[in-house]
Design a protein around this ligand. Structure first.
Ligand SMILES: Nc1ncnc2c1ncn2[C@@H]1O[C@H](COP(=O)(O)OP(=O)(O)OP(=O)(O)O)[C@@H](O)[C@H]1O
Length: 253
């Protein structure tokens, strides 16, 4: 049987299980048998209370953590048993990730933070510069190229992180509480930008404990105690604006 599915969904997970085993403490069953399919062009939010296992699931999907059992296909590849080098290659070329606390390289300029993944993926300096310039322009960051992350607001840093995540045109964008450390203005801005990239066909899976932020997506998966307890399509086609976006953009005034 062919292990890969070149034209399959962006994400297919079957029976994913992850138990954290902290030293000297009881095991934590964070993800307890998750089946999940994400089609190309979908904007999916995984929501649920603190401790439900959302970040653990996102880490499994991005190869930042490995499942104890279950199978996973990403962009047509069956990734079970992938070693770190293959995961790193997959993240460089096919998966972009944004985190709550941005995770930018603090002593590199904005321009270098964004260009670095393009250079690591084998693009020429010229191609990396072109991609960086276009994205920073699109994200309203022209003029900030020579700043370091510490010189920017939280919202600006998250936009740099978004540019970095998108510079290699990934098939899948993963976002872990992308507005979790932003004020209301930064939250609106990052949701508006995610909605814009989704409209152009970007597949997005975001994780949030905030149901209002989740409603920016066109499909909301509710997670509780390591399991999917609800999976609601909010009514838009993949690649189309989600119905909840205009409401959520009014968030916090
Ligand atoms: N590396 C780890 N070692 C031990 N336990 C962990 C680890 N990571 C997560 N956990 C535990 O696994 C459970 C699920 O955590 P996870 O961060 O995935 O939940 P979450 O839904 O993302 O929560 P939050 O919204 O608070 O981030 C929690 O009980 C957490 O304490």
């Amino acid at each position: 049987m062919n292990r890969d599915e070149p034209s399959g969904p962006i994400v297919r997970a079957a029976g994913l299980v992850k138990t954290h085993r902290p030293e000297g403490a009881a095991p934590v069953h964070a993800v307890r048998g998750v089946d999940l399919t994400v089609e190309r062009g979908e904007f999916v939010a995984v929501t649920g209370p603190s401790g439900a296992g959302k970040s653990t699931l996102l880490h499994l999907l991005g190869g930042l953590d490995r499942p104890d059992s279950g199978s996973l296909w990403l962009d047509g590849r069956q990734v079970d048993g992938y070693r770190e080098a293959r995961w790193a290659e997959l993240r460089r070329n096919h998966i972009g990730i944004v985190f709550q606390f941005f995770n930018l390289v603090s002593n590199l300029s904005v321009a270098d933070n964004v260009e670095l993944p393009a250079l690591l993926a084998g693009r020429s300096p010229r191609q990396a510069r072109t991609a960086r310039t276009e994205l920073l322009d699109e994200l309203g960051l022209t003029g900030k190229e020579n700043c370091t992350p510490g010189e920017l607001s939280g919202g600006e840093q998250q936009r740099v992180a978004l540019a970095r995540a998108l510079v290699n045109a990934p098939s899948l964008l993963l976002a872990d509480e992308p507005a979790g450390s932003l004020d209301s203005k930064g939250t609106r801005e990052v949701l508006r930008l995610l909605a814009r990239f989704h409209r152009r066909g970007q597949t997005i899976l975001l994780v949030t404990h905030d149901a209002r932020i989740a409603s920016a997506a066109d499909r909301v998966i509710s997670f509780f105690d390591g399991q999917v307890v609800d999976d609601a399509h909010l009514g838009s086609e993949p690649g189309r604006p989600a119905s909840g976006v205009s409401d959520v953009l009014k968030l916090k005034g």
